[in-house]
Ligand binder design. Structure first.
Ligand code: GLV
Ligand code: GLV
Length: 351
């Protein structure tokens, strides 16, 4: 049964996972809401079926919004992704169809930067390996050369991509006494002056100079396998690679070989080329790798803020109001021209 408010049918919304209750509550009386309660993502067939009759979708980074989905979703007007990244969405296809896409930047920046630092330190000081050592009953003596790691202070951190998160990682690294170099699509003289960062003219220069390398670029065709065999060979033999961006930015097979063969020193990964990472992934057989399951933004406060922002984007888009964070505002022009065309072709319209 279709629910109404003031005689107008409420928009239909599919929420692809259980999100913070305060965020869901914002949809009360605003939309007819279906929430997928599963722990895993909704099965593809179910997502397509829900999209077929939805005005809005609230998606996670695991839900693929592509031509197939969009072609079968004639009413769809808004896709609100609860993530800062949106490589799971074919944005240009959404734009063509006048579908607005939202994301959740800003609210997760500091949380993700902190977690990047947690991984950096865990790898530098072998925290996970050391914990395993104790649990395995191997802590029998204090030894002067037990589990030696590497200092952060005095070392060089290479930040690849100086967006919001990359910048916050750089600022933290400076507070830890690291030298920070960065490469980015654009040079940022203000950040260089304010935070004492050094610009690297290209990725190769950054890789050759860094003791630690951390990735903060979105996944796009141009960044796919940005770190491959050739780039790993440019890195220092003791260097540690940290990836909290997206798995496919790194050629994972090449990374495994580089770690196995001592081409680089270690890696700490929040993301993988295939998520979830299968337990038989070769990387997991190596001691110099830390892997965690895509949790950089996973604090209670931040996941709540992301959910609230995703709902705000969704509701604004459905009401035809400006979305707090829209990644394809140009879709508005498409919407206007589609509306004009519909008026012209409507029965009874003036020629
Ligand atoms: C997480 O990876 C995000 O993009 O928010
Ligand atoms: C976005 O906030 C980014 O810096 O990648």
């Amino acid at each position: 049964m279709t629910r109404e408010k003031n005689g107008v049918a409420l928009p239909r919304v599919f929420v692809a996972r259980r999100i913070a209750p305060e965020a869901l509550a914002m949809l009360d009386n605003q939309a007819e809401v279906e929430v997928w309660e599963g722990e895993a993502q909704p099965p593809r067939a179910l997502l397509l079926k829900q999209a077929a009759c939805a005005d809005g979708l609230l998606t996670m980074l695991t839900d693929q919004v592509d031509t197939e989905l969009l072609s079968g979703a004639p009413r769809l007007r808004v896709v609100s992704n609860m993530a800062v990244g949106y490589d799971n969405i074919q944005v240009s296809e959404c734009t063509l169809r006048g579908v607005l896409v939202g994301n959740t930047p800003g609210v997760l920046t500091a949380t993700s930067a902190e977690f990047t630092f947690a991984l950096l330190m865990a790898a530098a000081r072998r925290v996970v390996e050391a914990d395993r050592f104790v649990r395995e009953g191997r802590w029998r003596h204090w030894q002067p050369d037990l589990l030696l790691g590497r200092d952060l202070h005095g070392a060089t951190l290479g930040v690849v991509g100086l967006g919001a998160i990359g910048r916050e990682v750089a600022v933290r690294a400076r507070a830890f006494g690291m030298r920070v170099i960065y490469c980015s699509a654009h040079r940022h003289p203000d950040d260089e002056a304010r935070h004492g960062l050094t610009w690297a003219p290209d990725l190769g220069a950054l890789l050759r100079e860094s003791d630690f390398v951390t990735l903060h670029v979105p996944l796009k065709p141009a960044t796919h396998h940005m770190i491959g065999r050739e780039q790993l060979r440019m890195m220092r033999r003791h260097a540690v690679l940290v990836n909290t961006a997206r798995g496919p930015v790194v050629d994972q097979r090449a990374l495994y070989e580089a770690l196995r063969d001592g081409v680089i020193g270690g890696a700490a990964l929040d993301v993988a080329e295939v998520e979830p990472m299968p337990p038989d992934e070769p990387l997991l057989s190596l001691p110099n790798v830390v892997v965690v399951p895509h949790i950089a933004s996973a604090t209670v406060a931040t996941r709540t803020r992301m959910a609230v922002m995703a709902v705000q984007n969704l509701l604004a888009g459905l009401r035809g109001e400006p979305m707090p964070h829209c990644v394809n505002p140009e879709a508005h022009n498409v919407i206007l021209s589609l509306q004009a065309k519909n008026r012209r072709t409507a029965p009874g319209a003036a020629p």
